[in-house]
Design a protein around this ligand. Structure first.
Ligand SMILES: [Zn+2]
Length: 263
């Protein structure tokens, strides 16, 4: 098998996998000559060692089962994408949450894992017309046995409403992923405004109005944003990182802002 030719979707089709509960990551990895071994790990969440045509993936047996699945799929991504070039990778929980931007092996492995565990053709029917909130994310997580970050990204990419996911630390924005239908004139601020739920969570306060409507200018830089509102749902995912889902139930607001720009 020429591993490099296998995209996640091609792998699933080749193996005849058609439903979320059939995505057996250990069996898929084995098909790709990679053996997954759950084991107690210190200082990392997962690692992979490649020797010739075989790879051995170790995932931390103490972590949540959904996290172990993502870890295994992420390591398999390293194997499938960088096979021949790589000898080993050691990856941390931080890689899985932080590395969703730029072009580097960690981001590519995260993308591979998201596409394998949450494939478009299975995901879309479950996301159709659902609100873009972490409540929806949790429902989909339990169906696909996946982690919050990856599932949230897929909801933004494949859900029915225009949405953006932003990851912030106290120092400001770390990364963002925008739905395909978000116009260019909508640019996310470098840091959320002080009336947002994300701001409260980043500064150790308990957010009371989560999820809810926020003034759009607290999130985006458009000069007329203060006349509009935006749905925000934020959660803390690590000690210092907060994920925020921003979305528009009424697409007209987005179109209005785009037209304003054209005038
Ligand atoms: Zn990695």
């Amino acid at each position: 098998m020429t591993a490099q030719l296998y995209s996640p979707e091609k792998l699933l089709k080749e193996l005849g996998i058609a439903a979320p509960d059939e995505i057996d990551i250990e069996a898929i990895a084995e098909f790709c000559q990679a053996t997954v071994i759950p084991q107690k790990l210190k200082g990392s969440a997962a690692r992979i060692i490649g020797i010739g045509n075989r790879a051995f993936i170790t995932v931390d047996s103490d972590s949540h089962p959904a996290r172990q699945r993502f870890s295994a799929a992420h390591e398999l991504g390293h194997w499938m994408l960088d096979r021949g070039k790589m000898a080993s990778f050691v990856c941390s929980e931080k890689n899985f949450v932080s590395d969703w931007a730029g072009d580097n092996p960690e981001r590519r492995a995260n993308r591979f894992a998201a596409d394998l565990l949450l494939p478009k053709f299975m995901f879309e029917p479950h996301a159709k017309n659902k609100e873009i909130t972490f409540q929806t994310v949790r429902e989909i997580c339990s169906l696909f046995q996946t982690s919050i970050t990856a599932t949230t990204i897929r909801l933004v990419e494949l859900g029915s409403f225009p949405a953006i996911i932003v990851c912030n630390s106290k120092q400001g924005r770390r990364w963002q992923i925008r739905g395909a239908d978000i116009p260019y004139v909508i640019q996310v601020r470098d840091a959320p405004g002080e009336y947002t739920n994300a701001f409260d969570l980043l500064h150790g306060k308990v957010s009371t109005s989560n999820p809810g409507n926020t003034q759009a200018s607290d999130w985006v830089t458009h000069p007329r944003a203060r006349y509009y509102s935006i749905h925000e749902d934020s959660i803390k995912v690590t000690e210092d990182l907060v994920l925020s889902l921003l979305w528009w139930k009424d697409e007209r607001q987005l179109l209005d802002l785009e037209e304003d720009e054209d005038e």
